[in-house]
Write a protein that binds this ligand. Structure first.
Ligand SMILES: Cc1ncc(COP(=O)(O)O)c(C=O)c1O
Length: 394
């Protein structure tokens, strides 16, 4: 049977991602991977989860296993009010909705807002998973220029003046893939610009809790509450496999997102939401987060150290205060996909940066390096090997 002929027009846009194909090599035995984007398994609070499991059954009994509201499990929504207040976001439990990971929110936003040919403004480079989620709804992308401090406000202003933009999608803190953070003054400019243009911003914030040094910076949601859908997740501070994400959005958007969710999965796992509620309410997150940070900080420092020690002249890299990624850029003309294949032969993997751009031909000389999965010795060895491959290529 010709299944291909059955495909909806939009499904054809969900072409097998090139990055998935090339990253198949990462799972070969003995590979030292700086390619992943996932938390270290040793960061999961397994003992706490054991305790929470009994507590949830005692406290919520069968209701932890029953169908529940699409908006989310009420105790978790209440618990998140305190979590968000610490970030400066004032929202009542009724205004916080739960999703099956923040990825699901990105897809739902695409579903309710994007018709074929609509423009979405994204950073260059941006989070690949967002592009994949939005692509099913057949948008076109407007490109926002960036520098070491994230998007350049003038570029946002230009795009909003010249294009009809459905929404802007940003990861302002410890961005995936670059690790960059937009400083406060620039966030204020961005908030002013979106308010002036009546524009909607999706602020995706999975990483801000993973801060290894420096002061927290308020989300753009705090600066322009009516113009921002704030999306976040417990994936990086609890466990990603539980699939608990959440968002705070203007009322109408919230209501449409719930309608979309009802058609997809009715609601996020009640039991997992109850675990998350107790994780927050019992003060476990406060106890465990410093341990996660203590796992990642030395790994990040090991990578900075190795880059300084081994990487050739002409390379530069981001120096984020948190998150999971470092972005490195080589001299013009160097092809990181070629370097990728040669470094795979030497059993070291990373992600060539070009996959994070919506325009073909951009980011050829860039790479994303992750430091959460390897140990410090492995990070040193991987960066040294990678440098040898690069030097040979140069
Ligand atoms: C920027 C960004 N947004 C969203 C997600 C999805 O996270 P989750 O669906 O686990 O909440 C990720 C995951 O790595 C991410 O890096």
């Amino acid at each position: 049977m010709d299944f291909k002929s059955l495909l909806a027009q939009r499904t054809r846009k969900m072409e097998a991602s090139a990055i998935r194909e090339i990253l198949k090599a990462v799972s070969r035995p003995g590979m030292l991977s700086l390619a992943g984007g996932i938390p270290a398994p040793e960061s999961f609070p397994l003992e706490i989860i054991k305790e929470l499991t009994s507590r949830v059954i005692e406290k919520y009994s069968s209701s932890a296993f029953q169908y529940d509201l699409s908006e989310g499990f009420s105790p978790l929504r209440e618990a998140l009010t305190g979590y968000l207040r610490k970030k400066g976001i004032r929202a009542s439990g009724d205004e916080i909705f739960i999703a099956s990971g923040s990825q699901g929110v990105l897809d739902a936003l695409g579903k309710i807002l994007v018709s074929r040919g609509d423009s979405i403004a994204v950073e260059a480079p941006t989070y690949l998973g967002a592009i994949q989620a939005f692509n099913s709804y057949e948008p076109v992308y407007a490109r926002l220029d960036t520098d070491d401090d994230g998007i350049i406000p003038e570029s946002l202003e230009r795009v909003l003046e010249s294009d009809r933009i459905k929404f802007i999608y940003l990861v302002p803190t410890f961005q995936n893939p670059t690790g960059r953070t937009i400083p406060l003054a620039r966030r204020e400019r961005i908030a002013g610009i979106i308010q002036k243009h009546n524009a909607l911003l999706i602020e995706d914030d999975p990483y801000s809790a993973l801060r290894y040094r420096g002061e927290d910076i308020p989300p753009i949601k705090v600066l322009a509450p009516e113009n921002v859908v704030y999306v976040s997740t417990l994936s990086k501070v609890f466990a990603p496999g539980l699939r608990v994400g959440f968002f705070v959005a203007p009322q109408l958007i919230r209501e449409w997102l719930v309608l979309a969710k009802q058609g997809v999965d009715l609601h996020t796992s009640t039991f997992n939401q109850a675990l998350a509620a107790e994780y927050l309410l019992g003060g476990y997150l406060e106890e465990h987060l410093p341990k996660i940070i203590d796992i990642y900080r030395p790994k990040q420092e090991a990578m900075f150290h190795a880059l300084e020690k081994y990487f050739p002249e002409g390379f530069k890299w981001s120096t984020p205060d948190g998150g999971m990624f470092i972005w490195a850029e080589g001299p013009a003309g160097i092809d990181m996909e070629g370097i990728y294949w040669r470094s795979i032969e030497r059993k070291v993997a990373f992600v060539p940066g070009k996959f994070f751009f919506t325009r073909k031909g951009e980011g050829i000389e860039t790479m994303r390096l992750n430091y959460t999965m390897a140990d410090e010795e492995g990070i040193d060895r991987a960066v040294r090997t990678l440098s040898e491959v690069i030097k040979r290529e140069l």
